[in-house]
Design a protein around this ligand. Structure first.
Ligand SMILES: [Zn+2]
Length: 106
């Protein structure tokens, strides 16, 4: 991904885990505040939470896109794999019968 240089070193699973850990850490920090501090921080926290939610959604969208791209790539590679006759092992390029031995191909 040329447009995602920071993400290319991580798997989708790792990115999700990183995000979960970041959210957990934010929650723990929040729990350490006094009620007064929490009240003061509420507006800011809500703004940050909305930002986190937006980022999380973007991350999930990215992960979903990567996963779909990987699926498509795997499917394309599978489609390009040469097939071989199950009877004689000769490579076959489509068609219903082996060009070498005439075996019916599945
Ligand atoms: Zn054959």
């Amino acid at each position: 991904m040329d447009n995602m240089p920071k993400m290319q070193n991580y798997t989708p699973e790792e990115l999700v885990k990183m995000q979960e850990e970041a959210l957990k850490k934010a929650q723990e920090t929040w729990n350490k505040l006094t009620p007064e501090e929490q009240a003061k921080a509420t507006v800011e926290a809500q703004r940050m939470l909305e930002e986190e939610t937006r980022k999380h959604q973007e991350l999930m969208d990215t992960v979903k896109r990567f996963t779909e791209e990987r699926k498509e790539r795997d499917a394309a590679q599978n489609a390009q794999k040469p097939k071989f006759c199950s009877n004689c092992g000769a490579p076959v390029s489509g068609g219903k019968f082996c060009g070498n031995c005439g075996n019916a191909l599945s």
